[in-house]
Design a protein around this ligand. Structure first.
Ligand SMILES: C[S@@+](CC[C@H](N)C(=O)[O-])C[C@H]1O[C@@H](n2cnc3c(N)ncnc32)[C@H](O)[C@@H]1O
Length: 214
């Protein structure tokens, strides 16, 4: 089992063991004093950590993260609990309103109402040489989003990508979709690990990758 980042622990909460971070509750998750459970069934990154992926996440205030597809903040709230500056991109206004509330108690979380396919629209806000990109956009063109946002990642940074097969093509065999999407991201990244996120998320692939040398 790989190490958890600093600020993420396995804790007994309400009688069972959970991954947990310290922060204000967001989605009705069980809590124990300042700790709140991180539900891997609600979070692809949580599922990757629970499944022992070598994410390269270290945690701590120096770790800088770009999160693509933040929705209303279920997962990115945990990331902002354990990491440093966390830029959270979401293009739908409704979930972004909830994300703003999640950021109220998290001074290191920066919600951005932006389209992840257009990184030029947030390049003036997001730092470069980031340690991690987490991507969970679940829309067609997931490889293109990963490739076009590579510009923000440090040479030794990590892409933690969740690929949803049905977002690319509902009719095709998920494995064929995964191979195609991974093949596309290999134009920009070296894939270090790829595994399905069962039993937490059906027909999703988790990928850890690092940028290819320029
Ligand atoms: C599966 S949900 C994300 C769930 C979230 N990552 C979590 O675990 O809490 C996918 C989200 O990506 C957003 N999204 C899809 N395409 C996007 C794009 N091009 N730019 C920004 N957000 C996008 C959707 O609006 C949706 O909220």
């Amino acid at each position: 089992m790989s190490e958890l980042p600093e600020g993420v622990e396995r804790r007994q909460i309400e009688g069972s063991e959970h991954l947990a971070t310290c922060g204000e509750p967001v989605y009705g998750e069980p809590t124990d004093s300042e700790w709140r459970a991180w539900n891997p069934h609600r979070s692809k990154l949580g599922a990757m950590l629970e499944s022992g992926f070598e994410t390269g996440l270290e945690g701590g205030e120096d770790e800088r993260v770009l999160y693509l597809g933040a929705a209303s903040g279920t997962t990115v709230s945990h990331v902002a609990d354990f990491a440093g500056p966390t830029y959270a991109v979401e293009f739908a206004p409704r979930p972004t309103r909830d994300l703003l509330s999640v950021a109220d108690s998290r001074p290191r979380l920066f919600p951005l109402l932006k389209d992840a396919r257009k990184p030029d629209t947030y390049a003036h806000i997001v730092e470069s040489d980031l340690d991690v990109i987490v991507q969970d956009v679940a829309t067609r063109g997931q490889a293109a989003v990963a490739c076009t946002n590579r510009q923000f990642l440090a040479p030794d940074g990590r892409l933690l990508l969740s690929i949803k097969a049905r977002s690319e093509d509902v009719t095709r065999d998920p494995e064929a979709v995964f191979d195609e999407v991974v093949g596309e991201i290999e134009a920009e990244y070296e894939v270090l690990e790829r595994r399905r996120l069962d039993p937490y998320h059906e027909d999703h692939l988790g990928v850890v990758a690092r940028p290819l040398p320029e």
